[in-house]
Design a protein around this ligand. Structure first.
Ligand code: C2E
Ligand code: CA
Ligand code: CA
Length: 736
């Protein structure tokens, strides 16, 4: 049956052939006879017999290929589609009408990214025929289909290519399968070790990561049981639980220890998954394993960093606290006492400042090693930070006196060991510790309290001259608490105007007032008058002394200025105490000169009192500064002279105007022959060096007489007047 009758009205042969093609295509299920019938009926009307014969044979060929299961496409030499069969329209979803006339080469896409389709196109245009090549084509719904092609060229009578016929096979599912396989293969060769067994646990396959981790090659493993990796670290119960998990839940995951081929045990993260067939029966087991030696050691490292001091590798504060808690508990149980030794290196800051932090670090490391050597088994040495170390002793005697003796013995061993000189690179260095000790257990004590009390005891050791051991004394805590409160108040004192200057007269042998020493007083709102001996050291420690010292100097200069106006006062010399920290500021000279300029005083009226320790601290810098200030007209007195360690040679170098004999020598001058000799020596020395001399702390006529006899021309002390507020002092001046 003819399904569609073509309207064959072509005027040229080419047109006719095209029309015939469409006709044959449209009558897809025509039999050979049917085609013949159509052609016989329609063909001769338009064509000569020869032409007709050709077209008839062609129609038959078309019919054949139409029925082939392969894709067939017929192309003009330029690649234009002349004809194609149903298989193509079926697979691509495009209709024949949509495809005929399109260029075939434009429709071809590479099968994978690395394929160069333009080379293919070029070789097609050059030679037509191409065999066994794969391309993809995008179907009308956008999906890619993959084909393998072979082609034949059809030549015309002159031997030129007339047509090219392509036969293709749909290999889409094959390509997808190959892709899946290669993905699976890549996945199998991942960083993680993989092992596939059958249902009986016989190894079927392992990947190369497995070999890297375990040391076993595929050949050595296949056919064996994963038991070859067993380390013996896990119990039979462990494995039983693991298999119960796999069989019940289909998988198990955890960390286990396995053994490598070389015998080394290593931690691994293992996941075992059961693979089930369609019928739900387990066919395989797949294991993935990762060597976690590295991540375990990283975790160890992080833990170490958190609990150990990186410089000395000693336990840090955190770990000490961690160990202190159970130590307290166990001491309470056993009744045996424990002790903490709080160790602080004396003058560590000086080492850092003079030799640099690298040398400071070296010292701390050596201190750490020495402390470790002093320890008994089970004791802990920790570094709290800076130059502070703590030693924790456990299992001492049950009796506190005995425990204290044991602690003292260890403490003194530490003292002796840390006193030995240190070799710091090229430097030979001597450094001493101050040690505070406290016993624990007798009472309920918290870790914080204990550390605080050991710290207080250490300060007690510092206060008693350093390089020594002191046990915690509860009285000490009270005074420390007071000091802390005082320090807080001191910060406000200057702003709140709580300071006042007292003046203590300095007199000549005629008891005429030649000047005064300015002495600061703190009028505390609650505590009343506080002596400088109680707060100046505090101010030094906190740095507040800088502001306080400057204030004193300004007030003193303002007073000198006022005194300039009166005949009674313009000759007076005012002595001001300068603290070490204040004097050693780099811009101290500028500060003083600024005050001099602002107050516009005659600097000859100002005397600065320096102590021996201040001067000796950095003698060259001190001399430079003193000389610079002396040029402005200021004079210098050496306070508390005789208590320090000035040598005659250093004294000669110093541009001093006066030595001030310390009151401790003056006090016992008439009863202690040694003091008498010292005072005599100081007076002679001052004369020989061309300096003036003044004695302080003169309380009795006997002292004054003795001093005068020895040739001391100036005096200061309660005998003449106590330090007093300016009003009283000025009244005193008017009287004299
Ligand atoms: P210093 O410079 O040696 O002052 C002398 C101290 O001896 C004063 O104590 C004074 O009151 C006391 N004193 C004077 N005559 C006698 C006496 O006959 N017998 C006795 N027993 N003591 C006498 P003060 O005022 O308590 O000062 C104590 C220390 O405080 C001073 O010792 C000084 O080092 C420091 N200081 C006082 N004012 C200042 C200041 O403005 N700046 C600085 N940096 N330090 C100051
Ligand atoms: Ca003084
Ligand atoms: Ca003094």
């Amino acid at each position: 049956m003819i399904k569609k009758q073509a309207n064959l009205d072509a005027t040229t042969t080419e047109d006719l052939l095209q029309q015939l093609r469409v006709l044959v295509y449209a009558n897809a299920d025509l039999t050979m006879e049917g085609i013949d019938a159509v052609l016989t009926r329609e063909g001769p009307v338009l064509m000569g017999d020869a032409r007709f014969a050709v077209s008839q044979s062609e129609a038959r060929y078309r019919h054949l290929i139409k029925r082939m299961s392969a894709l067939v496409v017929e192309l003009a030499p330029n690649g234009e589609i002349i004809y194609l069969n149903d298989v193509i329209t079926h697979i691509t979803g495009f209709s024949a009408v949509e495809l005929i006339g399109r260029n075939w080469l434009d429709m071809l896409l590479p099968i994978h990214e690395s394929m160069d389709i333009s080379t293919l196109r070029r070789s097609f245009l050059e030679s037509g025929e191409l065999n066994d090549f794969r391309t993809s084509i995008r179907s009308c719904d956008g999906r890619r289909k993959f084909f393998s092609w072979n082609s034949v060229n059809v030549h015309d009578a002159d031997g030129l290519i007339e047509r090219v016929i392509y036969f293709g096979i749909n290999i889409t599912s094959q390509v997808f399968a190959e892709q899946e396989l290669s993905i699976a293969a890549i996945a199998f060769e991942s960083q993680e070790g993989m092992i596939v067994t059958d249902a009986n646990g016989v190894i079927l396959r392992v990947n190369s990561a497995f070999t890297t981790i375990t040391g076993y090659t595929a050949e050595e493993t296949i056919g064996k049981n994963p038991r070859i990796l067993k380390s013996g670290h896990q119990s039979a119960d462990f494995y039983a639980a693991m298999w119960t998990d796999i069989n019940n839940n289909g998988a198990w995951s955890g960390e286990i220890w396995n053994r490598r081929k070389n015998g080394e045990c290593y931690p691994e993260r293992l996941t075992i998954t059961a693979v089930k067939g369609a019928n739900g029966i387990i066919t395989n087991y797949v294991g993935t394993l990762a060597d976690i030696t590295m991540s375990m050691s990283a975790a160890e490292k992080i833990k170490h960093l958190a609990f150990y001091d990186p410089l000395t590798d000693l336990p840090n504060r955190l770990l000490l606290r961690d160990r202190l808690k159970p130590a307290l508990a166990s001491s309470k149980r056993s009744g045996r006492l424990g002790a903490l030794l709080f160790i602080d290196m004396d003058d560590f800051k000086t080492l850092n400042d003079s030799l640099g932090h690298d040398m400071g670090d070296l010292l701390l490391q050596q201190v750490a090693r020495r402390l470790e050597l002093c320890m008994r088994e089970g004791d802990t040495v920790a570094r709290l930070g800076g130059d502070e170390f703590v030693v924790m002793l456990e299992d001492l005697s049950e009796r506190s006196l005995e425990a204290a003796t044991q602690t003292e013995i260890i403490g003194h061993k530490i003292l002796a060991d840390l006193n030995r000189p240190y070799q710091l690179a090229m430097h030979y260095y001597h450094c001493t510790p101050s040690i505070g000790a406290i016993l624990f257990n007798e009472h309920e004590q918290s870790v914080d309290e204990l550390l605080k009390q050991a710290d207080i005891a250490m300060y007690q050791a510092k206060a008693s001259g350093r390089n020594t051991l002191r046990f915690f004394d509860p009285q000490m805590q009270i005074s420390i608490d007071t000091r802390v409160a005082l320090e807080a108040d001191l910060r406000l004192a200057l702003a709140e105007n709580q300071f006042e200057l007292y003046f203590q007269p300095q007199v000549n042998y005629n008891r005429q007032i030649i000047g005064a020493e300015v002495l600061i007083r703190w009028q505390h709102p609650q505590r009343g008058l506080i002596s400088p001996a109680d707060f100046i050291p505090l101010a030094e420690g906190t740095g507040l002394i800088l502001a306080i010292g400057q204030w004193v100097l300004e007030m003193a200069c303002a007073r000198i200025k006022m005194w300039e106006c009166s005949e009674h006062t313009q000759h007076l010399l005012l002595a001001v105490n300068v603290s070490a920290r204040q004097f050693h500021q780099t811009d101290f000279i500028e500060q003083v000169n600024l005050i001099l300029r602002h107050s516009a005083i005659n600097p000859n009226r100002l005397k600065l009192e320096l102590t021996e320790s201040l001067v000796l601290d950095n003698i060259d810098d001190t001399i430079l500064k003193m000389n610079a200030l002396r040029e402005s007209g200021i004079s210098f007195s050496m306070d508390d002279f005789g208590t320090g360690y000035s040598s005659l040679s250093s004294l000669k170098k110093l541009p001093l105007d006066q030595l001030k004999i310390d009151q401790s020598f003056v006090r016992d001058i008439s009863i202690d022959p040694d003091d008498a000799v010292i005072v005599q020596t100081i007076i002679d020395m001052a004369k020989n060096l061309g300096m003036g001399v003044i004695a302080e702390g003169v309380e009795t006529e006997a002292q004054r007489d003795f001093l005068e006899k020895q040739g001391c021309p100036l005096f200061q002390g309660y005998l003449f007047s106590k330090p007093m507020p300016i009003k009283q002092f000025e009244q005193l001046l008017e009287l004299s």
